[in-house]
Write a protein that binds this ligand. Structure first.
Ligand code: B4P
Length: 192
């Protein structure tokens, strides 16, 4: 299955994607993680994106498209993948369509729904545990603003294509995972 996981910052995308990927035997491809690794390694790409990510802004569609295209060309993604954090803008949807071409398509888009107050609490909690530079109150507000303005419209595109699957992202990590499994089993039964 070719899957996308979608939702606001702090909705649990990375958390759930790691489990889904392991359970279904498909690679979990997180664009946020790819960017953080580039920053940590001090590569030329890392130098270019560091300030953008730390301010909670979006890296350009062209750079993200190249990164995802290279990753999806690797052999482990041929039989299915779970993309986490991409596409994050309407132009990135078009880029993904082009990368997948006529032979591959997105089978289901999992959209995790969590109220804003809970998102902020989760990210502030993570800030105290992991110290990610983009997890501070000011940047979190900015990431939520960017999400509403630029990323939320992506859901409408996949809704129109009939592949969007909303999942309640509140409750424990196990509870959310159980809901996702049920949604994916249903999607598979419907021939996705
Ligand atoms: P991401 O890494 O995608 O950051 P995120 O939206 O915060 O999601 P993440 O997966 O890390 O967190 P999760 O919700 O799982 O992106 C980081 C940055 O990279 C972006 O701001 C942007 O600058 C850049 N970027 C990435 N992709 C891009 C693209 N395509 N185009 C342009 N720029 C791009 O979890 C959050 C916390 O909640 C965790 O601490 C987790 O433990 C906790 N949690 C999860 N589920 C929970 C639950 N059920 N109950 C309680 N806590 C829970």
């Amino acid at each position: 299955m070719n899957l996308l996981i979608f939702g606001p910052p702090g909705a649990g995308k990375g958390t759930q994607a790691a489990r889904i990927g392991a359970q279904r035997g498909i690679p979990h491809i997180s664009t946020g993680e790819m960017l953080r690794m580039a920053v940590e390694s001090g590569s030329e790409l890392g130098e270019r994106v560091k300030a953008i990510v730390e301010r909670g802004h979006l890296v350009s569609d062209e750079v993200m498209g190249e990164l995802v295209e290279q990753r999806l060309a690797e052999p482990d993604a041929a039989a299915g993948f779970l993309l986490d954090g991409f596409p994050r803008t309407a132009p990135q949807v078009e880029i993904l369509d082009r990368i997948l071409g006529d032979d591959r398509r997105v089978d289901a888009v999992l959209m995790l729904e969590v109220p804003d107050e809970e998102l902020v609490q989760r990210l502030l909690r993570r800030a105290s545990v992991e110290g990610r530079p983009d997890d501070n109150r000011e940047t979190i507000e900015e990431r939520l603003r960017v999400y509403r303005a630029r990323t939320a419209p992506v859901a409408g595109i996949y809704q129109e294509r009939g592949v969007l699957r909303a999942v309640d992202g509140t409750g424990s990590i196990d509870q959310v995972f159980t809901r996702i499994e049920a949604v994916l089993d249903r999607a598979a039964a419907e021939g996705a």
